[in-house]
Design a binder for this molecule. Structure first.
Ligand SMILES: [Mg+2]
Length: 238
């Protein structure tokens, strides 16, 4: 393997058990000293809420940071990459307005509403989810429903996976040298084209996807949180 791009989700993937996170930090720091790895965090959080988590959990400084489920990219973890996403049409007011009458759909706090992400809470409600998709079927958007609670609307094709691909292209890293780690449905876009590690505590929605996808580039770890990532890295010979 050449240079590895390790991309990981944060909540309930890298973060969840502080001891394992610290073991992960030690392992990855050593590999970075030898310039063997690029570390990227890919999270649904806003940059502010990421900063808070990073301090609370003593996370390593990443080589790049992707926030708001793929709609924002920070190079070197700090510098916003302005040419992302390339979107011709995005009218968040219109989208919000069209969804006003969807039952049980509740807007998330202002801090989670981003330039290219509209976020709601929706508690275990498949019929409202279907209704949202139906209402927005002529809009160039994707609707992502995770953990039976978080419903995000983003420009079509903009997700954790496409943000990761942009970084890989910039760094000239091939898909076979990309390892992505996750625990829930909004991680699927980055898990599916790369070597995937699914942590042992993953949500059923993701396990269901993994069973259907059934390819050898999906590793189902036994260990929870960062322990699962460490297990997966060993599986892939890193
Ligand atoms: Mg997660």
């Amino acid at each position: 393997m050449g240079l590895i791009l390790l991309a990981t989700d944060l909540d309930d993937t890298l973060v969840g058990d502080d001891n394992s996170t610290q073991v992960f930090n030690g392992l990855v720091s050593r590999m970075r000293d030898q310039q063997k790895i690029k570390l990227v965090y890919i999270t649904g959080r806003s940059p502010e809420s990421y900063d808070q988590l990073k301090n609370e959990r003593s996370l390593l400084e990443p080589d790049a940071l992707v926030t708001a489920v793929g709609t924002e990219i920070f190079l070197d973890g700090k510098t916003k990459y302005d040419n992302w996403p390339m979107v011709a049409e995005w009218n968040s007011e219109l989208i919000r307005h069209s969804l006003l009458n969807v039952p049980s759909l509740e807007e998330q706090p202002k801090t989670e509403q981003r330039q290219f992400k509209i976020s709601y809470y929706l508690r275990n409600n498949q019929s409202s989810y279907e209704l949202v998709k139906k209402i927005l079927r002529h809009h160039p958007v994707d609707v992502v429903y995770s953990m039976g609670l978080y419903l995000d609307i983003v420009p079509r094709g903009v997700n954790k996976g496409s943000a990761l691909r942009l970084l890989a292209d910039r760094w000239h890293i091939e898909a076979e040298d990309i390892i992505a780690c996750g625990d829930s449905a909004n991680d699927i876009s980055m898990l599916k084209r790369n070597k995937a590690i699914i942590v042992g505590n993953a949500k059923e929605e993701l396990l269901r996807w993994a069973l259907q996808a059934g390819n050898e580039n999906i590793f189902l770890a036994k260990g929870f949180y960062a322990q699962g990532i460490i297990e997966g890295l060993a599986y892939y010979g890193v």
